[in-house]
Design a protein around this ligand. Sequence first.
Ligand code: FRU
Length: 493
Amino acid sequence: MSEILQKARQYEEKYSSFITPEERPAFHLSPRVGWMNDPNGFSTYKGRYHLFYQYHPYNTKWGPMHWGHAVSDDMLHWQYLPVAIAPDMPYDKDGCFSGSAIELDDGRQLLVYTGVKRERGEDGRMHDFQTQCLAVGDGLNYVKYEGNPVLTGEDVPEGFSVNDFRDPKIFRNADGSFGMVVGNRTDDGSGAILLYRSPDGFHWEFETILDRSYNEFGRMWECPDVFPLDGQDVILTSPQDMCALGLEFHSGNCTMALMGQLEKGQFLRENVQAIDYGLDFYAPQTLLSEDGRRIMIAWMQNWDTTGGCPEGAKWFGQMTTPREIAIREGRLVQNPVRELEIRHGRRVSYKNVPVHEEVSLTGVYGRMVDMTVTIKPADDKGYERFRVKFAKGSRHYCSVSYRPGTSTLRLSRTHAGFNRDFVHERKCMVRNQGGEIKLRILLDRYSAEVFVNDGEQALTTTFYTPMTADGISFECSGQALVTVEKYDIIMAE
Ligand code: FRU
């Protein structure tokens, strides 16, 4: 084991012991210590879920990337394993960037990642040179492949970048060979996805340009993923520097689902949408579970809001709740994994409660909650706005508000104690059903994920208010009837 890896393992072992379980989210993965960004290698291996993550253990800021590692049987209770890989080779000395994992036929686990090497370019300036690299292991310890890097700047077509060439996602083709998609940037400065093929996972060849942006959707396309889903083919990617389009793509660093058909290595787009409409969501990655579900997890943070790290934090960055995804009427829908229902504790429910002035309902409160709220107009006059406040204390709250007039839903954490001037609200269009709407609000200690109308939209936000801010209230400009089904989430075995 290299000194760099050994040092990281010793560091995290020692300093993670200073973090109590109560200081962490209950069912969202947080870094063992220090900083976390993208999910990596989200996969099944020998019957367990493995999740690696972009990791800088030494402080709560991004730094030379390692891969943190955790395993789980239900994707909700995570057990930390030692750092899997560290930037300790000449070809990855400046970082082991994002990638993926797969089980080989011989039972070993293959990690595929981007090695980053910072060097002076021909223009005299420093540049990152990014290559695709492998590490092989047993689910705990990994050895970097002696043939690394397996894909370099030599393997990108003319007009594509050797500096922005990252985030390999590996998969298995129907004929048993391996495929890999890698993000790239073309000479026009915009994003593209390159497709590679290998007979054995070790020897790779360029196949085609799967899709490219021609400056339509942001710049570099990071973290691509591709898979079949409900009779269509889907690409997920995270474009950097994206401009807003109506109420879509407001996060700067955005996420995007492309729905269409893959034909002879070309992706024919039929539909494009943002994946999550909230504030904190980036770099999603999927796996196919053994029971056939396509499950997506993402970094529950966005580059532009990382200045919201609380003072004195011992960890920063979380993963979303894993979400089952599907296609309904041409759109990507997402809902929390069904394993969450096993964690349901005490149930409190109300049916058709008339709501006008702000009201709390007995038993409806908490910071680890799975709550479904169904709202409908009380009469044919309808209502102007319905608002649910949550994580509410004497000074703080977050809220989600629905306006049937414009059919827009707004998520806000403006009053969640942030003292930095970055955006704290997002809006999205939802299906207009004459004032009826169903919101599933999933709260953990430091986040809220809102799923609209059985997963037609999702909006995600983090916040770091005191746990005493656990109130929930309902209010309406006009008259509405609200039905509530609320469960506490109990994580103990
Ligand atoms: C996305 C990303 C990836 C890269 C990694 C570095 O958030 O920029 O493209 O591999 O983070 O940590």
